[in-house]
Design a protein around this ligand. Structure first.
Ligand code: BES
Ligand code: ZN
Ligand code: ZN
Length: 507
């Protein structure tokens, strides 16, 4: 089966926002915290409901859904969706509850629903709540079945059914915002799922050109020839053995009046497949189609930023390369030179992401003189060991940027945790026959080694000391995909899209 040139996001339901009370919905979903005494408006005063509320302490656990059916009259279905303990209530609880509600509504084949939230604390009221509800519903709504063939999908792919969601006006505003951001997350997740025999550097670059036309972004591509002229030895080395040549894609959002502003620069690692190269991964790289997630999430974030028409100039640069074995592939012992003149001895072809990012960071900071730089990369297995799959590692040379990222991460439900970087770690990356090596001869501090390596590239020239551009490196190797959780099915998470939107919106 050959899918179209660019895969569309598949979803269980096409979520449409509507104002509450417009029409009688098929279902009502009432979000309740435990120990709720009086049923809020929208919840029928039946014995079943009273019994449920009496058991409220245990049965209104966060994300637990109780369907109550009332026959044919509309609304025929009431979902009581647990929010758990009121004192512990957070935006994340709302997201998880909304995700559970979406699944129940899908199973019940409801085409319209009214969402009712119990009295929420002020920090979670109205727009914030609406946004979180949209996050949860859209995250659970995503699926990837473009390659389900004869056995899994014998008929024509079915069109997703509309689900009209009614909310009061203030919540609805937040809900609509959430839906706009979700388009970016969906793009990131669809691209991430797209297999490496389709989503190679050329495919992703073409996807970006197409996306830019649709969403009001500017798009330019530094192809292999141009990259050679610019001396981008890192990008070129990693992609030398790939099935299509490596390239760099630049997406720019510059709303009226911001063309001369110093932009925020986003950088993403887009290794469309990571075999490890000649330092071959023992399992051949199963799952390494997700090694492009940093880049896909930057692409998704750019789409979301344009969708929201944020009043800030933002430049997104993604480095795209396929790390393969081939006659032209780079080797261990090679010495390469980056666009900023820094040289590097290759000690491990599997530490390739930093080589791609190095050229993106050096080119991006020199060309755009950004006010701040944030890079996203599935850089090291070590960060997964250190922090697991829910929190990303962050290194940052600027306290203000770090605090802003931490806050944005909390708000968006995509949290980051700071890890250290100093001159001792930076020295670990210095080599005898070149300025740097891409992996130190010792295994210790692997995730920090990655950050230390990158710190030689965020500035106009190869900086001798810590770079002066406010810069954060976010290692999303753990958070970029999930084995399946309350919010999402197994696969990529889009981690970084919502975080970036919050960061830029708050600047
Ligand atoms: N893409 C991997 C990192 C990775 C590992 C992402 C697991 C997601 C899950 C990266 O290119 C890599 O192979 N890193 C090496 C670095 C080492 C060779 C210095 C690693 O983490 O082992
Ligand atoms: Zn690798
Ligand atoms: Zn990699």
């Amino acid at each position: 089966m050959m899918p179209g040139p660019y895969l569309e996001t598949r979803m269980y339901r096409r979520i449409k926002p509507a104002t509450a009370g417009q029409a009688k919905p098929d279902a009502v979903a009432v979000f309740l915290t435990a120990k709720t005494k009086t049923p809020p408006a929208g919840l029928p005063q039946t014995d079943e409901v009273k019994a449920l509320l009496a058991r409220a302490t245990t049965s209104l656990d966060a994300g637990k859904v109780h369907p109550l059916y009332h026959g044919k009259a509309k609304p025929g279905l009431t979902l009581v969706v647990g929010l758990g303990d009121k004192a512990k209530l957070s935006a994340d609880t709302l997201r998880q509850a909304a995700a559970a509600a979406l699944r129940a509504l899908d199973t019940a084949k409801a085409k319209s629903v009214q969402l009712v939230t119990d009295a929420l604390p002020a920090k979670l009221a109205n727009e914030t709540a609406g946004n979180a509800l949209a996050d949860g519903m859209t995250l659970a709504n995503f699926t990837f079945d473009a390659y389900h063939g004869r056995t899994k999908r014998p008929d024509k792919p079915s069109k997703p059914i509309d689900l009209s969601v009614q909310l009061p006006a203030a919540e609805l505003r937040g809900f609509k915002r959430g839906l706009k951001v979700a388009e970016g997350s969906d793009t990131a997740r669809t691209l991430a799922c797209t297999p490496p025999n389709v989503a190679n550097p050329k495919y992703v670059a073409n996807y970006c050109k197409n996306l830019a036309k649709k969403s009001g972004l500017k798009c330019s591509v530094i192809d292999q020839t141009k990259a050679k002229q610019l001396g981008m030895g890192g990008l070129l080395a990693v992609g030398a053995g790939g099935s299509t040549p490596p390239c760099m894609v630049i997406l720019e959002w510059a709303p009226a009046g911001t063309a001369k502003d110093a932009p925020v620069l986003l950088v993403g690692k887009g290794v469309t497949f990571d075999t490890g190269g000649y330092s071959l991964k023992p399992d051949g790289g199963k799952g390494m189609k997700y090694d492009k997630c940093g880049a896909m999430n930057v692409i998704g974030a750019m789409q979301a930023i344009a969708n929201l028409k944020l009043k800030r100039r933002v430049v997104g640069i993604v480095g795209l390369a396929e790390n393969m074995i081939d006659t032209h592939a780079y080797r261990v012992d090679d010495i390469i030179t980056f666009g900023n003149g820094v040289t590097c001895e290759i000690t491990n072809t599997d530490a390739e992401g930093r080589l791609v990012l190095a050229d993106c960071l050096a080119y991006g900071t020199k060309t755009y003189k950004p006010a701040a730089v944030v890079d996203y990369a599935t850089l090291t297995g070590g960060v997964v060991v250190a922090l697991g799959k829910k929190i990303a590692g962050v290194w940052c040379n600027d306290t203000k940027l770090l605090r802003a990222l931490e806050k944005a991460g909390e708000t968006a439900g995509e949290p980051v945790w700071q890890l250290p970087l100093n001159d001792d770690y930076r020295k670990m990356m210095q080599a005898k026959h070149a300025d740097l090596h891409n992996s130190a001869p010792v295994r210790e501090a692997h995730p920090i080694q990655g950050a230390a390596f990158l710190s030689y590239f965020v500035g106009t020239d190869a900086p001798k000391n810590m770079p002066t551009t406010p810069w954060a490196h976010v290692d999303i190797a753990g958070t970029s995909n999930t084995d399946g959780c309350t919010l999402m099915e197994k696969g990529p998470t889009g981690f970084g899209v919502r975080l970036t939107v919050e960061l830029i919106a708050g600047m």
